[in-house]
Ligand binder design. Sequence first.
Ligand code: TXA
Ligand code: MG
Length: 344
Amino acid sequence: MSETRILSADEEEMEDAVREAANLLDAGEVVAVPTETVYGLAADAFNADAVAKVFAAKERPEFDPLIVHIASFKELEDVAAVPEDIAPVVKSLAGAFWPGPLTLVLPKTARVPDLVTSGLPTVAVRQSGNLIFRAIGKQLGRPIAAPSANRFGRISPTSASAVEKELGGRIPLIVDGGACRDGLESTIIAIEPREDKKPLIRILRAGPVTKEDLQKYGKVVIEKRITDRPDVPGQLESHYAPVTPLLMFAKPQDFVPEPGKKYGLLSYRGDPKAGYIDAHDWEVVEELSPGSGKLMEAAVRLFYVMRSLDEAGLDAIVAEPVSETGLGVAINDRLRRASAKPAD
Ligand code: TXA
Ligand code: MG
């Protein structure tokens, strides 16, 4: 592959971009497409050869399963065999959060190739709310397998230009739908029935749909560190990582700069009370929420800001945690994983 085309999907250009993307997917190609969370690298979920191209372009190990995106609730039965005892809660959750950034892990049907699920008996499913994505799925008429459109372990892309940096030259087409609305990958949950009680909802990956949002539907637990969960192979400790080392500390005083090194600060709101701004003569300070958007703004900007600090020629980035409530849980999760050392 040499050239990667970027097609705008703005207004009157949308129809052509959608048709082009759906045709390529139908022909077994991969295409980078916008979703409301992050850009995805899409393939026809029922075409194992096409799915293999996703793994190749991303350099993603085959033990890390993909998310399958359906175009309507009706399509769910093509990819998942929903057990009777959780069917009501699946229906309520879909009614409340689909289309949107919530992914359900459910028993898979035989139609989903094993490569998509890395041989697991379950499949991760969601319905994206992005209009361009939905139009492509509708035109294709089959579910779309799509992981985030970055090279494995790297920062997820929230714009077409970020996708180009990650996968340019490796894929034929990027559909440019502008900046992603949420900026963080979907919340992933598994559901366990409980006798005479509301089901147990386990959050496997924190995301835009928060623990608080889900509480109405069951008893919600956030799964702790992930490496002890062999059934979640993709939830590797080190992930979303810039090339520049990203450091986190229990408290700002724990940061001891090495002489001669250049450090950048990834600050939540630029607030001196957090203790980081004045702790060092930073080469550069980037704020996740410079406006009044707080956690929502921080989520949208997180990967963009991480990427720009990564390109600033620093020796290391120091990240200040955000408040551990609501969306903050997902933001801190990404920061912690970006700061974890890759397993070798
Ligand atoms: O917002 C999103 O979810 C984006 C957009 C493109 O939809 N997609 C995304 O995909 O973040 P990806 O591949 O980067 O992350 C998918 C995660 C992986 O960590 C994987 O392990 C987990 O979903 N996953 C997939 N299938 C699973 C399964 N059957 N059981 C548990 N976890 C699963
Ligand atoms: Mg990813």
